[in-house]
Design a protein around this ligand. Structure first.
Ligand SMILES: [Zn+2]
Ligand SMILES: [Zn+2]
Length: 263
């Protein structure tokens, strides 16, 4: 039993074989996937992400404007996303939202403004948030600390790439920490340093597919079935059995979202 807490199987890369990809995930023990919508909120991109979740029993969706696309966020975009949230019970989170100061595809001050606005919107809707943060740890944590209190539903820091200190601060304000395939990379010693401070009951695993394919498939298109390799790697790293890590991360995801596995 496993959950891929963050994937993008609505992407064009999966248009040819999405049914097989979902089937292979099932065969690999992946009981649930969270398909994170991205793209242009003035296009059909997010509708497609939700449609994929509607099509498959074990696929859920989230919607939110990625920091790369912060410049596209406006009232119309927000209304569109809110409508999608209200249109489907399969939409269970708002994201991925956050800050990306590595690529800087949108101006930084605008990224911060749009991030804050979306955190507040998610909170109004009672939805947890999925966070993307790259080269912006301080700004991310500062904003989250200011905005995430009281009735806040918590969140997931996806593809964790920060310091151990950041992981601790996030867990303190109700976040789960999700590791992707890059934790398996030889040079990712810093990620493994951070993984050391994350207890099993705060841990999730993800593929972020089609990107970040874990060892031993690095270089190929990633897909949810491969989340097992990240889970196996982390099990060995923590010195627990694969079954235990798989079960615990699944339980973390289910209880966070108040979901149950299909009987
Ligand atoms: Zn991301
Ligand atoms: Zn992603």
């Amino acid at each position: 039993m496993l959950v891929d807490s963050h994937c993008h199987i609505d992407g064009d890369q999966f248009d040819e074989d999405r049914d097989e990809v979902v089937q292979r995930a099932k065969e690999a023990g992946v009981e649930m996937m969270l398909n994170v919508g991205t793209g242009d909120p003035h296009s059909e991109d997010f509708r497609k992400a939700v449609a994929v979740a509607e099509k498959y029993d074990n696929v859920y969706a989230s919607v939110g404007v990625h920091p790369h696309d912060a410049k596209l966020y406006d009232d119309q975009a927000e209304n569109h996303l809110v409508e999608l949230v209200q249109s489907s019970k399969k939409v269970i989170a708002w994201g991925e939202i956050g800050l990306d100061f590595y690529y800087d595809h949108s101006p930084r001050d605008l990224q911060i403004e749009v991030f804050r606005r979306q955190v507040r919107k998610a909170r109004d809707l009672g939805l947890p948030i999925i966070i993307h943060s790259r080269d912006a740890d301080e700004e991310t944590i500062e904003l989250l600390k200011a905005e995430c209190s009281g009735d806040f539903r918590g969140g997931i820091m996806h593809c964790f790439g920060g310091t151990p200190e950041m992981a601790k601060q996030l867990m303190d304000i109700g976040f789960l920490i999700s590791f992707a395939g890059n934790v398996t990379f030889k040079k990712a010693e810093n990620l493994r340093e951070s993984a050391k401070v994350v207890p099993l009951d705060k841990l999730l695993v993800e593929t972020d597919c089609p990107f970040l394919t874990p060892v031993p498939f690095r270089g190929k298109r990633n897909e949810p079935a491969f989340v097992q390799h990240t889970a196996r790697f982390l099990a060995e790293f923590y010195g627990v059995s694969f079954e235990m890590l798989a079960e615990q991360t699944t339980r973390n995801f289910l209880s966070f979202f108040k979901l149950q596995l299909a009987a």
